[in-house]
Ligand binder design. Sequence first.
Ligand code: PEP
Ligand code: MN
Length: 238
Amino acid sequence: MIAGPCSVESREQILEVARSVKESGAAFLRGGAFKPRTSPYDFQGLAAEGIELLLEAKRETGMPIVTEIMSAHHLPLFEDVDVIQVGARNIQNFELLKELGHTRKPILLKRGIAGTLKELLMSAEYVMSGGNENVILCERGIRSYETATRNTLDLSAVPVLHELSHLPVVVDPSHATGVARLVRPMALAAAAAGADGLMIEVHNDPKNALCDGAQSLTPEQFADVARRVREIRSIIHD
Ligand code: PEP
Ligand code: MN
């Protein structure tokens, strides 16, 4: 389980969320420092300061951190980041993928907004052909004609990717649905489909979140989801 806010907003926010998701059993802390926002007038993230705050949360809780990179120029800032995320919007930024192939960091690759699984696997090849085989794939929903949810979660991606590759597959039910109350059912469905991991957005004050508050769980809601996910996993791994 990878859990944490969409964006790192302040020291208090990231430390509070980190402590609570650790308590609920999350293995990794997430939080965006460089945010790929649709509008340039929306909060763009705390950048270098956001990474510093994640590192502080890592020191305090011992949790490894996952955060998104938007430009290879920022790589020096990611020295102590444990898992580097490439978001849906940059997944075909091939020059960025080639640079990440020269690192030995685990790279979490999110499926493109309208990307096929073949395209996701080819993005993984860009990283691996540079010598970095530490790649994790992430299904985060794709754009469809449906408007009830932010994206349409393609859960068949999990078994299909497992058939086509040896790479671990993580599901992000937060961006896939865009709606906090849909995160629990889709997280459980993803676990039942055999996902190797889940990435879930959690905020200590979703209503006032600077990014993606509508899809963010409270720490209490996350604790409940984490417990139920463990139950599902114990059944399917019997
Ligand atoms: C995120 O994880 O906060 C994010 C921006 O995700 P995606 O690239 O899948 O939209
Ligand atoms: Mn988000």
